[in-house]
Design a protein around this ligand. Structure first.
Ligand code: ATP
Ligand code: MG
Length: 424
């Protein structure tokens, strides 16, 4: 036992007890996306490393130290995707989906980042994301955000807050970066190691620092909103008034920035205080420069990604996990002849009662041991096939929940009796 193989650190298994909740969550979220007219796109988990270096940014944490990058057998540098946007843009360009179209897309799947595993932070994690291309106005930003609000609402989630900010244009951010570096450079010694390093590589990320001392220092720092151009300001005002009209509450957080270089103008996050430090359950924003950066025609774009592990954890934390639906019928079988008849009868029942959850006992064994399994299976009814009853055209039916007696019933009556019994 000592040396059995374990999973890779940060890569977790989802066991059968957990998958129903995941399917419940995924079903609600993808259902909303469908109903808003977003179409699913399925993308590879592996891309050329260059794709991420050119989109997310060379000096971001993700590309610098979190990617699973390796050379394949041909010597090409490949990376497991750390997020979905870059691959989605790549696919849209490759397949001409951006020509005279304004696709609204969604995707789901595993993402990979070599981070320190902890609650709500894994090395393989799952997102559901959406991206919209070709629309530049605040109306689509608003729709996306309103849609995420509905997604969370349909899951029953509260204790989530929408935070909003605008990053303006690249030019404004460049001027702001200078001002920020000018200010923080004078206080270098007061910054933590991470922030000192970021001062040289990605200073805007310092705004995001969790260090209270750094946050205090930032109270006196220049603010990004003073570096906004008129167009970005107008866009942001437009978005806020649309959200106001739609009744979606938000808080403007002037220090909200994202860890990926491609964002500009709108950024937003849904944050909860119920999951400790890993409180962001959904994050997104506008990335109008990205398509052009990858060699395409200038194409405005906006999107978001929900972190499924965190959404599922919040659903559980708030006690919103639905009761798992159990089996309807466990079929108990005595004797070889009965086994044949049982398989045939089970198919008849499945035909007659769509949606029926029936598990067939396999592998023989005594009545007693089979009934034990039937009880443990959580099934509502046991249907019992024994050779002597079969000869009379009958089967046994036993309600497992009320400890009732087993009745002999005609095979022909069984579908009707089950339908009525399961309806109660
Ligand atoms: P964080 O600040 O929590 O590291 P991020 O800004 O790196 O998040 P994004 O790249 O915007 O996250 O990804 C969108 C969402 O995916 C996050 O809000 C979060 O819910 C989820 N997510 C990101 N990284 C992880 C991870 N390592 N494990 C689990 N979920 C994650
Ligand atoms: Mg991160």
């Amino acid at each position: 036992m000592g040396n059995t193989i374990q999973s890779v650190r940060g890569f977790s298994d989802l066991l059968p007890d957990q998958t129903p909740l995941w399917r419940h969550v995924e079903g609600i979220l993808t259902g909303v996306l469908d109903r808003y007219g977003y179409r699913e796109i399925r993308l590879p988990q592996l891309e050329k490393t260059e794709l991420f270096a050119r989109t997310i940014g060379e000096v971001t944490d993700i590309v610098e130290k979190e990617m699973y990058t390796f050379e394949d057998r041909n010597g090409d540098s490949l990376s497991l995707r750390p997020e979905g946007t870059a691959g989605c843009v790549r696919a849209c360009m490759q397949h001409g989906l951006l020509h005279n179209q304004q696709p609204r897309l969604w995707y789901t799947g595993s993402m990979f980042r070599h981070e320190r595993p902890q609650k709500g932070r894994l090395r393989q994690f799952h997102q559901i994301g959406a991206e919209v291309f070709g629309l530049s106005g605040p109306d689509i930003d608003a729709e996306l955000i309103i849609m995420t609000a509905r997604m969370l609402r349909e899951l029953g989630l509260d204790h989530v807050e929408l935070q909003l900010n605008t990053l303006g244009t690249a030019e404004g951010r460049r001027r702001y970066r200078e001002a920020l570096v000018g200010f923080l450079g004078g206080h270098r010694a007061a910054l933590d190691d991470d922030s000192q390093r970021r001062l040289d590589t990605n200073p805007l990320r310092i705004l995001d620092s969790k260090n209270p001392e750094t946050q205090r220092l930032l109270d006196a720092a220049p603010v990004l909103s003073d570096f906004l151009d008129d167009e970005s300001r107008k866009h942001f005002e437009g978005l806020k008034s649309l959200l106001d009209r739609a009744g979606v509450a938000y808080r403007v957080n002037p220090r909200l920035v994202r860890g990926l270089d491609y964002y500009g103008r709108t950024v937003f996050e849904w944050v909860t205080d119920r999951l400790g430090a890993q409180g962001t359950v959904c994050a997104g924003g506008r990335y109008d420069a990205l398509v052009e950066q990858l060699g395409g025609r200038p194409t405005p774009a906006v999107g978001f990604a929900l972190g499924l592990e965190r959404i599922v954890a919040l659903v559980e934390e708030l006690g919103l996990a639905p009761q798992q639906r159990e089996l309807d019928v466990y079929m108990v079988v005595a004797g070889d002849r009965a086994q044949e008849a049982a398989l045939v009868l089970a198919e008849r029942l499945r035909d007659a009662l769509p949606g029926l959850r029936l598990q067939m006992h396999c592998g023989g064994g005594s009545f007693k041991s089979q009934f034990k399994r039937a009880d443990r299976s959580g099934a509502r009814f046991a249907v019992v096939l024994a050779e002597d009853e079969l000869a009379r055209g009958q089967v046994g039916l036993k309600d497992l929940r009320d400890g009732g007696e087993q009745h002999a019933v005609g095979r022909e009556e069984l579908p009707g009796l089950l339908a009525t019994g399961l309806d109660e």
